[in-house]
Design a protein around this ligand. Structure first.
Ligand code: FAD
Length: 472
């Protein structure tokens, strides 16, 4: 794309959304000047890989899904195709805590849809009544009302209370660190809504999708769809930064405010007082920060952005010798239902999921603490978090002895919560933002929290801004 006069675009935030936006802008229009302003001392935002003493520890996200193309496509376009690795083929499956013991999530159960009935009928996770109630799902009519429904209400209505409390809540809670009683089904997992609409039953829909059924013991999610990069997700961040022209990423450059001047150009003020002008601005930060930044430009949009709530989590990574864990490690990790009233949300056996994370005779476990239902726990001091993680692992998987390594990562208010009405709220925010030529919002707050969705959101913002510049 050739733009007559050299245009300048400012991207605020160097998380994966902002970097994907800047990269897309340069990919499509090499003659556009792009500056990325990042408040912190490093790029990547939430994404952070620590490579230490022969271990590879992801501080937050450790994989991305490939049932949507955006992350895998970007990796290939920037030359990381050969670095992509899929989850190990061994030990696939998820565990769930039930009455203090670890049990297997029934094979074929995908977040909210049982593709196979036999494992559901033989699981110790459900009582005979719970199993009968699950079978009744086949005959439960579609919901008539078209209004938004919470994930919890949907799961209870279709699958019954036991399936919700013992399986769905912990699986979904583990992914979104959220309260399913508040989550909007349409905004978080619309494919299940679609399954009900199309097939009238989740069991029927899942069985149709699984035809012929996968053998093996996969449960929880479709592990074959999850990928990461051999050297960790930071390599995606590093490669995107390398691809930008030198000097276009400015670290330790928090943006204070945004406004338009009399000529309609954007004025970006840094906390240092420095003023930058731009033809277009992409705001790729969390909703509360975006609300503060665009408050002077559009009060309505700012108020709406302020309505998106966030939850936080802390991740304690621990390394044990395999010989010091008594439970067989025959899955990728476990999740903990809220009804179990424990102090952790989940434990992920990171080095079993992906190769090259820890030496063979050791295991790297990431323990998630906090989330929307236990906010106060995520904020405990380091020694408390460490104590909780080691005690819970001792109890649940028989991890004995002192861990060889303990690493703590804190993510306060980092996970947007797509509560009931989220889709309408985002539509209103986007309509308000669209009134301002040369302004785009992108990030995890809007159309999906996963890495691929953030990349897509950043790339789309870049494309919209290029289209706007072309018509200026
Ligand atoms: C603990 C955790 C685990 C996760 N696990 C997974 C997973 O396994 N798979 C997956 O797909 N997704 C996962 N996610 C979600 C995914 O990682 C995030 O949604 C995504 O990385 C967010 O990217 P972002 O660029 O939109 O936001 P961020 O990463 O938050 O980046 C925003 C950036 O903007 C900067 N900023 C803020 N205000 C300003 C300002 N005023 N001026 C300049 N800069 C500013 C911030 O410093 C930050 O660097 C996880 C998230 C968390 C928190």
């Amino acid at each position: 794309m050739n733009l007559s006069a050299r245009k300048r675009v400012i991207v605020i935030g160097a998380g994966i959304t902002g970097l994907a936006a800047a990269h897309r802008m340069r990919e499509l229009a090499g003659d556009v000047d792009v500056t990325v302003l990042e408040a912190g001392p490093r790029a990547g935002g939430v994404l952070e890989t620590v490579r230490r003493d022969g271990y590879l520890i992801e501080h937050s996200a450790d994989n991305f899904i490939t049932n949507v193309p955006w992350a895998i496509d970007l990796c290939r376009r920037i030359g990381l195709g050969d670095e992509l690795i899929s989850t190990s083929t061994e030990q696939r499956g998820a565990l769930v805590v039930h009455r203090g013991k670890i049990e297997r999530v029934p094979a074929g159960f995908m977040l909210m849809a049982p593709a196979r009935l036999w494992p559901m009928l033989t699981t110790p996770l459900l009582s005979p009544l719970g199993k009968l109630r699950l079978l009744a799902e086949w005959f439960i009519p579609r919901r008539k009302s078209a209004g938004d429904e919470t994930l919890a209400a949907f799961a209870r209505r279709r699958l019954g209370r036991e399936v919700f409390e013992n399986i769905v809540q912990p699986l979904v809670g583990g992914i979104y660190t959220a309260d399913p009683e508040k989550l909007s089904l349409a905004a978080t997992l619309p494919r299940f809504l679609e399954m009900e609409r199309k097939h009238g039953s989740l069991i029927r829909a899942a069985r149709a999708a699984e035809n012929p059924p996968t053998q093996g013991a996969e449960s929880g999610v479709r592990y074959g769809l999850f990928y990461t990069l051999r050297d960790g997700l930071t390599s995606l961040v590093e490669r995107l930064v390398e691809k930008l022209p030198p000097g276009s990423l400015r670290l330790n450059a928090p943006v204070q405010s945004l406004r338009r001047d009399v000529t309609n150009a954007w004025q970006v003020t840094l906390a240092s007082g420095e003023l930058l002008a731009a033809d277009a601005v992409i705001v790729a930060v969390g909703a509360p920060q975006a609300a503060r930044l665009i408050g002077d430009v559009d009060e309505t949009a700012a108020k709406l952005l302020g309505q998106i709530e966030y939850a936080g989590t802390s991740i304690v990574s621990l390394v044990y010798r395999r010989s010091e864990i008594t439970r067989p490690l025959d899955a990728f990790g476990f999740v903990v239902p809220a009804v179990e009233k424990r102090r952790i949300l989940a434990g992920s056996f990171s080095s079993l999921k992906f190769a090259g994370r820890a030496p063979e005779d050791q295991v790297l476990v990431r323990v998630f603490i906090g989330g929307a239902l236990q906010r106060e726990l995520a904020e405990l001091p380091d020694d408390e978090l460490r104590r909780i993680a080691t005690e819970e692992l001792r109890d649940l998987i028989g991890a004995r002895g002192e861990p060889l390594l303990v690493d703590i990562a804190r993510w306060p208010a980092s996970m947007p919560q797509y509560h009931l009405g989220h889709t309408a709220l985002v539509a209103a925010i986007e309509a308000a933002a669209a009134r301002h030529r040369g302004l785009a919002l992108g990030g995890s707050a809007y159309h999906g929290v996963g890495i691929p969705h953030c990349i897509h959101s950043g790339e789309q913002a870049a494309e919209r801004m290029l289209a706007a510049l072309r018509t200026t």
